[in-house]
Design a protein around this ligand. Sequence first.
Ligand SMILES: Cc1cc2nc3c(=O)[nH]c(=O)nc-3n(C[C@H](O)[C@H](O)[C@H](O)COP(=O)(O)O)c2cc1C
Length: 436
Amino acid sequence: MTELLLLANIDEPGLATREVYERRGGYQSLRKALQMPREAVLQEISDSGLRGRGGAGFRMGQKAGFLPKGDMPKYLTCNADESEPGTFKDRELMQKTPHMLLEGIVIACYGANIREAFIYIRGEYQLQGDIVAAAIGEAYEAGYLGEDILGSGHDLKLVLHRGAGAYICGEETALLDSLEGKRGNPRLKPPFPAIQGLYQGPTLINNVETLSTVPTIIALGGKRYAEIGTETSTGTKLVSVSGDVQRPGNYEVELGTASREIIYGMAGGPQPGREVKLWFPGGSSSPVLTGSDLDIAYDFDTLAKAGTMLGSGAIIVVDDSHSVLEVMRKVAKFYAHESCGKCVPCREGTNWTVKMIERIESGEATPMDLDIIASVQTQIIGNCLCVLGDAMAMPIGSMVEKFRPELEAEVEAARERAAGGALDEAIPIGVTDPVL
Ligand SMILES: Cc1cc2nc3c(=O)[nH]c(=O)nc-3n(C[C@H](O)[C@H](O)[C@H](O)COP(=O)(O)O)c2cc1C
């Protein structure tokens, strides 16, 4: 049984207020951190082994270590854009325990000697934005933000910025451009934000869940935190489970837990009589796994070894009532719509993939078109300005590879349909509600 660290008090009424949060021990980690030298705070974060919870899984301590020391203006930006399909964990954290996020931000800023921070929240999170704004107001009143925080001599200004609903603005450099008031397009990297980020200054960018974990790390100590989970995937992770499961929702799991336990044990698995056909382990941009991969341990490295990724920690389950082609179309359409168009492989590749899938559906394709779809995906991967293109190419490529016989049958059935022939009864196409 996982010891809950992030969700321990999550359903306590009023937890979003400073009063209840403090009653539950809130802001004690900040008080503790402010008594420590800045470097010691960063050392605890490094010792914890905490890996970013936003998608890439980069170690937070290492990223903070890239920031130049010195007294120049430096920034922290909290990525609260949460637009990856299937992901809704940051929403719950911000809605129910916003002070935990604020406490994490203040501790990280103290450790890295940062005096100006931003929370970039997706525009659609109107309610959560209002709750976070109210919490920021309370934190200023209590002296957790502003000048000379709790008499430590450390100042921190925190600004909440609402996005306008673009998936690309979750990509860290597009987010920075958007925050600066420009169109949210990704920048070329390097330089990475830790060296040249917001307003050209060194910038630490972390996800809501990553920063919300910092108070726990300070409370437990980095080394003790690192004992939870596996050696290289430490701690607990919030997993958003959606799609064909009986109990969708956010679950906090120790990293390394068997995926079957999450999908079936916690989320109840598909409806009786249905089987898992495929599942996305880390949001819609992760290569899919099949119903035979359920015993795989849910952690960064095991999933990477299995050819996929933990990503944002969003498991989307698709049961055997759905057609793979339909899932492919929905995924490709999302990324084609959200591509910013700045680089060619992503702009053209995502659009052509949608067109090729629609060709299959209208009966104009042959099985060779599946090879072309697969080859377009390989040409996108690694060739884009940011990984939005890869985010479509990886799952689409994996579905073509893993479900080739079903897709070939779809091609044939659609050709027959278009030619006015009998439908192949064995191949259901779009017979159920879409899962994505
Ligand atoms: C297209 C795209 C969208 C992304 N969307 C998000 C997002 O909504 N939230 C997030 O935290 N990270 C998102 N990321 C990852 C960020 O670029 C970045 O890696 C992350 O904010 C770093 O924080 P972390 O180290 O705490 O995970 C996205 C990346 C890409 C390429």
